[in-house]
Write a protein of this length. Structure first.
Length: 554
């Protein structure tokens, strides 16, 4: 009946997922896992559902669980790779896909995923060269860029862009359109001038050439930093000089002075993201995290508007993540770490994001704990158990454990449920957890021993019953269970011997050098036994060995 229920729930989940009813699919898969917690197929399916819901952390958790259950199953690694791609962790995703390919070298799906991952790892510019029009943020980038935002007012031009998104080979048809060349420049990160800028550049070039030919004195080159010095080296701009003074003060931990210089640099050059990044670092050191976040957001906006290096934008986003992390706002911290990684993959930020993810998962687990709700779920489970509805009882016991994971008795109850459902390995696992949480709780040992008896592991079961008797020597269930194990094992002399060898008294007799010599003599000459039995001490030891079945006579 249980297998049928599991299959029905899985099928319902698959149907819901196909119909894009993601929450329903996750619910059905979760119910199925409550009945079959070691089913890697269902974990894989739920991982796919979480991916569709963009809940990549849960998708990754389910994929890793599928791999734990069946480490040689390629699909588990494929699911893990998909979840990591969703988190922009392309290097880790690539490793997962490559691991999966070891178990299914012919998988076209994994091979394609590896190609996509490699393309993403080459960086934004390299990826976009292949077809920059397929960038998911195409229209957003064009809207934000002053050179291209007016192009989007033309419906015909939008149709051209959409055509190039699906048919990049048609690019040659539109190369005469200067707007397409400008769009290419924006998407590839190239500073391609507009028509007006191109005319200005040409005029400046002609003017420079004319000045050069009419004068024998060379005009020193200029730069963004300022006019060239007498030795030809560019002179730092006033804003950069303020920045250098700020850096010197920052290194000396004179944050007040550093702040003044950075603010002056921003005043002199408000479009430079670097100065705001530096100012945010001062706020961060002063633990003024709100102001740090505010300045970083300004830096990101200015950086995007003026097409700053993506590493500088990533730096500002990462610092926002760090500021939220310091305030223990883990969700926002993870959001901004991931935003930073989507701009530039820095291994330090990867580690920080992973750390926050673990903290967030633990925080969510702790926040879910509710002792009253746990008791409520336990009582529901008990009622259903008494009625013989073990699958539904299992669901309630599982929820009770999530609400109070440190209650040993809940694991004992669920172990009893698993036993009724003939899931003995799961019953043993829950019994072990029960014993770990409360080593003096006899019921945990009895649950475990009963499951071991059911799987014919009589020797292990007898050991567990003995441990129960060490806690409560009058426990009749443990006494009867132990006797039953010994009686069933009695038909197997080797098993009896193995059990006897665990008796400390037997071990002491067998490790006695004098007894070892006597036993050797008895093997060679059985008549020697009569002589040794005259010694009361030796006679007693031999009787013990006969009693437990270590030696015998034909």
């Amino acid at each position: 009946m249980t297998e049928q229920q599991i299959e029905e729930l899985k099928s319902k989940g698959n149907a819901a997922l196909s119909s894009n009813k993601i929450d329903e699919a996750i619910s059905f898969y979760t119910q199925a896992l409550a009945l079959s917690p070691d089913n890697q197929l269902i974990y894989s399916n739920r991982s796919a559902a979480y991916c569709k819901a963009s809940n990549f952390s849960e998708a990754l958790s389910d994929a890793e669980e599928a791999i734990r259950i069946k480490p040689d199953w390629a699909k588990g690694y494929s699911r893990k790779g998909a979840a990591l791609v969703g988190q922009h962790k392309y290097e880790e995703a690539l490793q997962a896909y490559e691991e999966g390919l070891k178990y299914d070298p012919d998988s076209e799906q994994i091979q394609e995923s590896i190609k996509d991952c490699n393309a993403k790892l080459k960086g934004p510019a390299t990826r976009e060269v292949l077809n920059p029009f397929t960038d998911a943020n195409l229209f957003d980038k064009l809207e934000k860029n002053p050179k291209t935002k007016d192009y989007l007012k033309d419906p015909d031009f939008i149709k051209v862009l959409k055509n190039l998104q699906s048919n990049p080979k048609d690019l040659g048809k539109y190369m005469q359109d200067n707007r397409i060349m400008t769009v290419l420049g924006v998407m590839l990160g190239l500073e391609m001038p507009s028509e007006e800028e191109a005319m200005e550049i040409e005029e400046e070039r002609k003017a420079a050439k004319s000045t050069s030919s009419s004068s024998s004195t060379k005009v020193p080159p200029t730069s963004k930093q300022g006019k060239a010095a007498g030795d030809g080296k560019p002179v730092a701009s006033p804003a950069d000089r303020e920045k250098e003074l700020g850096n010197a003060a920052y290194k000396q931990k004179d944050f007040g002075t550093a702040k003044q210089h950075y603010m002056k640099a921003i005043e002199l050059s408000p479009d430079n993201i670097v100065y705001r990044n530096n100012l945010s670092a001062v706020h961060f050191e002063e633990k003024n995290y709100e102001e740090c976040i505010k300045v970083c957001l300004e830096a990101v906006d200015i950086g995007r508007e003026h097409r700053a290096d993506y590493k500088l934008i990533a730096k500002a986003l990462a610092r926002i993540g760090s500021a939220y992390h310091k305030q223990n706002d883990l969700k926002n911290a993870l959001t901004y770490y991931n935003k930073s990684l989507s701009e530039h993959r820095d291994q330090e930020i990867v580690k920080k994001a992973q750390e926050v993810q673990k903290q967030l998962k633990e925080q969510e687990r702790l926040e879910y704990i509710d002792l009253d709700k746990s008791l409520e779920e336990k009582n529901k489970g008990n009622e259903l158990f008494q009625k013989g509805d073990y699958p539904k009882a299992l669901v309630h016991y599982t929820e009770a454990i999530k609400r109070n994971p440190d209650d040993a008795k809940l694991y004992s109850n669920r172990a009893a449920c698993y036993t009724k459902l003939l899931e003995f390995s799961m019953a043993v696992r829950d019994s072990d957890e029960c014993i770990r949480l409360d080593p003096t709780f006899v019921k945990g040992y009895l649950r475990k021993a009963a499951s071991l008896v059911a799987t014919k592991e009589l020797s292990r079961a007898a050991d567990v019953y003995q441990k129960a008797l060490e806690i409560d020597s009058n426990c009749q269930e443990a006494i009867d269970g132990y006797r039953n194990c010994m009686r069933q094992e009695g038909s197997n002399p080797d098993a009896v011997r193995r059990q006897a060898m665990q008796d400390p008294e037997v071990q002491k007799i067998l490790t006695d050098p004098a007894m070892q010599l006597i036993l050797q003599q008895m093997q060679k000459d059985p008549k020697a036994l009569q002589e040794h039995l005259k010694n009361p001490d030796i006679a007693k030891k031999i009787e013990k060995l006969l009693e437990v079945g270590v030696i015998g006579f034909r």
